[in-house]
Ligand binder design. Sequence first.
Ligand code: SF4
Length: 104
Amino acid sequence: MPDPAYLSRRRLLQRLALGTPLAALGVRAALAAELPLLAADSAAAKALKYVEDAQQAKDASPGSSCANCGLYAGAAGSARGPCQLFAGQDVLAAGWCSAWAPQL
Ligand code: SF4
């Protein structure tokens, strides 16, 4: 008869082996979830001259937008995504603000 402690360890390892991929899927799903969109008329957005359309920004360098900003954390090709400056909120990939920095 097998040692009950061995069975317990074995069961634990089986559950970890099954649970790890499921946990990773859960994390990926959470990361993919959209955050509330930054309101362009909010005080934080206005402080950095954020606009939803980079072409409307007077100070933006041609071709610069959130999509190619080093602080943008959205997936490549996404229409919106998180910005490191506006925690807990998404910005539009087509947007721009005065903190724009090139990707390294
Ligand atoms: S820091 Fe970059 S990604 Fe964030 S709002 Fe400004 S331009 Fe967009």
